[in-house]
Design a protein around this ligand. Structure first.
Ligand code: PLP
Length: 382
């Protein structure tokens, strides 16, 4: 197929094959399919890759965010600062705790939290902040620590496996990191999530919380092997565990993460170069202190100069076989949040603009050189 021939390019595709297939045989044939040795191996590899002491696998990133907030003691009456432009679960996790999400605007150039507005959002009730490393670019957590050292930081690194800021990996920047292995992420286990922390006590608590609140006391642990040790249940926990089937996939995928990111970086460079002279779009902008994880490649469309609106462009590209998406959502504009908190779209102009004018184009490891060329040709011809 030549690069000009019409084809179907999905916005994302998991990169899985024979190795993942083979890896599933172990849990399937051994019968150990709930959280077990494969999850433990995945956690170890993930922790090593991200330079953290502890990694704890969970069912998805939303449950990771929930557990992180519970472990930090966030509850009714507390406020948690979240960016107004993110996937809805960043704010939902705050609601699960009975706390209030306090939105902060984003910088529409990086799509990440605007740290300059942080001070004005902090009140006596503020317990934590969830900076989101959107599309694989870390939020400026170093600046957040400088501005508000008193705040607990839960990194929403759903999109940021393998990303870094000033040489420190996502997940090692705040108190707790949260990751997603949904199929739109660079590495996937179908659904799945990971918590990271360098704090032993938090890790212990998160471990209990993900498993119904069950813990084995030191005393019990040292009594030696017995048929069954009755755990203690000192807290109300959840069942947010990852299965060993997912763990087996994770073990293979995490070892491919750096190859995936390198390939994505190369193709992001290609897009940047090819699209840089189109005056009605802006390619991703970020400082050299960041290592981008390239979960998504997101353009900003200047509708005043563009030949058509962002929505018409998405429609047109779909007709040509190219799947696109808005970057993500302005959560303050979503029905529940707008109605509950009486927020207007323009209250967060950066998030509003990103909501209306961002467009994610395909970038994944199953794409061919012709696929990339086809997309570039379509955009240039508009
Ligand atoms: C920024 C962000 N946070 C949280 C999530 C939730 O992740 P999961 O689907 O694993 O619950 C996503 C998923 O897309 C996301 O993009």
């Amino acid at each position: 197929m030549s690069a000009t021939q019409k084809r179907n390019i999905p916005i994302s595709l998991p990169s899985m094959g024979q190795e993942e297939w083979e890896a599933l045989k172990d849990p399937v044939f051994s019968g150990w399919i709930t959280q077990g040795p494969k999850v433990a191996q995945f956690e170890k590899l993930f922790a090593e890759r991200h330079g953290v002491k502890h990694a704890l696998a969970v069912s998805n990133c939303t449950t990771a965010l929930h557990l992180a907030l519970v472990a930090l003691g966030v509850g009714a009456g507390d406020e948690v600062i979240v960016p107004a432009f993110t996937w809805v679960s960043t704010a939902n996790a705050v609601m699960y705790c009975g706390a209030k999400p306090v939105f902060i605007d984003i910088d529409p150039v990086t799509f990440n939290i605007d740290v300059n507005q942080l001070r004005s959002k902090i009140t006596a009730k503020t317990k934590a902040i969830i900076p989101v490393h959107l599309f694989g670019l870390c939020a400026d957590v170093d600046k957040i620590k400088e501005i508000a050292p008193e705040l607990k930081i839960v990194e929403d690194g759903a999109c940021a496996a393998g990303a870094a800021l000033n040489g420190t990996a996502a997940g090692a920047l705040g108190d707790i990191g949260c990751f997603s292995f949904h199929p739109r992420k660079s590495v996937t286990t179908g659904e799945g999530g990971m918590l990271t922390t360098n704090d032993d006590a938090l890790a212990e608590k998160l471990n209990c919380l993900r498993n119904h609140g069950a813990s084995i006391s030191e005393e019990q642990r040292h009594k030696g092997p017995r048929p069954y040790i009755l755990p203690e249940f000192d807290m109300v926990g959840y069942n947010y565990r990852m299965t060993d089937l997912q763990g087996a996939l994770g073990v293979v995928q995490i070892q491919k993460l750096d190859t995936f990111i390198t390939e994505r970086q190369d193709w992001a460079n290609y897009y940047n170069e090819q699209l840089k002279d189109i005056e009605w779009l802006r390619t991703p902008v970020y400082d050299a202190k960041y290592k981008h994880g390239w979960q998504s490649y997101v353009l900003f469309i200047d509708e005043a100069k563009a030949p058509m609106s962002r929505n018409d462009m998405m429609e047109y590209l779909q007709q040509q076989g190219v799947s696109t998406r808005p970057g993500t959502h302005a959560v303050h504009m979503l029905g529940y949040y707008a109605n509950t908190f009486g927020i207007k779209p323009q209250d967060y102009p950066g998030a509003y603009a990103a909501n209306e004018y961002s467009m994610s184009i395909p970038l994944h490891n199953k794409m061919t050189a012709d696929d990339f060329e086809y997309i570039v040709t379509l955009l240039k011809a508009l």
